[in-house]
Design a protein around this ligand. Structure first.
Ligand SMILES: *Cc1c(COP(=O)(O)O)cnc(C)c1O
Length: 397
């Protein structure tokens, strides 16, 4: 047998974390890393957060799982918190981001296939360099061939349009269009925020043509940008939003949120999930929401993010041959590089014990836990400066 026991779909690196302490990870051999990756925008309260641990522990001792055959006081509570704090009127809980996007796609289609709709409207317009997950529907929603390879045929019903090109999106609307599916700030694509004109324009087009505006906020949602959801930065109201990653603070949890109007097709028996919304996940989500969904915390993220971004912008000026620009909002920041970003990200990790995330468009993603303070920012710049100073760009061969 030569295939590893863990299916070899990830090119895993040699860092093998076994313990987390606030904004640091500790490896099997005791090496300490500064974690500015947060499990890809997940651990927003850092590691070993006492409130989150306590909530999960208490719920695990009380009741872990019962299925959705029964009433859910735990689910009602978290759904109500989300309804109170967001555009949404109703929430479906999932276990992951891709499942949240799947539910969002189904909700958008069901809107048109429901009474009063136009069942011919089955297609969502999606955007280049998008990432929506790894299920068949969510890879079909992305134009990235590397995710399709080996898994054909794709699912029908997606049309790819240039990201941030409003005129192209307008031109693509036809009698089969059901709506738009878009990340307000692309994550995997390289921390690329959509422009104000684009997001407002999609909202206007959706209103004009009776289409659904579906946002994938799996990475940019849950306080990451300094707003509870990134669309608030644009002052627009979506119809449907997929959220996950940060919402469980490390516990697998996602949700599809919708307005009452948009959710009209999601009636008894139309959708389901065995684990989705189980009491343990609800305890984690409730603890996270209690910690982040308040003005004080969001202001901390905005202030810290602004400080980190300003310092980064100043810093990259010292290495004009390596870095091009800094972009993003709050603590969802990206450094676009002039050289390949992946080898530099590996160098920071292996030589300087600084964890970041590589992304598309030669971007280095800076996604720290949202609870960082000055000590972590100082440590980050110590490591980043040292890393830039002793970096040799590998030969392009
Ligand atoms: C991570 C991500 C997903 C997929 O989430 P999973 O939990 O891995 O299924 C979907 N959309 C965006 C924008 C993401 O960043």
């Amino acid at each position: 047998m030569s295939i590893p026991a863990l299916m070899p779909v990830y090119p895993r690196c040699d860092v093998r974390p076994v313990k987390g302490e606030h904004c640091h990870l500790i490896d099997e051999d005791g090496t300490r890393y500064l974690d500015f990756a947060s499990g890809i925008a997940v651990n927003l309260l850092g590691h070993s957060h006492q409130g989150l641990i306590g909530a999960i522990q208490k719920q695990a001792e009380t009741l872990m799982h019962v299925s959705n055959l029964y009433g859910s006081p735990q689910g009602e509570r978290l759904a109500q918190m989300l309804v109170d704090k967001t555009f949404a009127d109703t929430v479906f809980f999932t276990n992951s981001g891709a499942e949240a996007v799947e539910c969002a796609i189904k909700t958008a289609r069901a809107f048109h296939q429901h009474e009063g709709g136009d069942p011919a409207r089955t297609e969502l317009i999606t955007f280049t360099s998008a990432f929506h997950g790894r299920t068949m529907a969510t890879i079909s929603a992305s134009n990235q061939a590397k995710m399709h390879h080996g898994f054909l045929p794709l699912l029908e019903g997606f049309q790819y349009c240039e990201f941030d090109d409003l005129e192209a999106a307008r031109a693509m609307i036809g009698p089969k269009t059901a709506g738009f599916l878009v990340e307000p700030i692309q994550g995997e694509g390289g921390i690329r925020p959509a422009s104000q004109e684009f997001m407002q324009g999609l909202r206007d087009l959706a209103d004009e043509h009776g289409l659904m505006l579906v946002l994938d906020e799996v990475q940019c949602g849950v306080a990451r940008t300094g707003k509870l959801y990134a669309h608030e930065l644009y002052g627009i109201t979506p119809d449907i939003v997929a959220t996950a990653k940060g919402i469980g603070g490390g516990f697998p949890l996602g949700a599809c949120m919708a307005t009452e109007h948009a959710a009209r097709g999601m009636t008894f028996g139309t959708h389901g999930s065995t684990y989705g919304g189980n009491p343990l996940a609800m305890a984690a989500g409730t603890a996270v929401m209690e910690a982040v969904a308040n003005d004080e915390f969001l202001e901390h993220v905005r202030d810290t993010g602004a400080r980190l971004k300003a310092k980064l912008e100043q810093f990259i000026g010292n290495y004009p041959e390596l870095f091009e620009l800094v972009r993003g909002e709050g603590l969802m920041l990206g450094i676009k590089m002039k050289v390949e970003s992946r080898p530099f990200f590996q160098h920071l990790r292996d030589k300087h014990q600084l964890l970041t995330v590589a992304a598309g468009d030669n971007t280095l993603r800076v996604l720290p836990p949202l609870v960082i303070g000055d000590a972590e920012i100082d440590e980050f710049f110590d490591k980043l400066s040292a890393g830039a100073a002793d970096y040799t760009v590998p030969d392009a061969s």
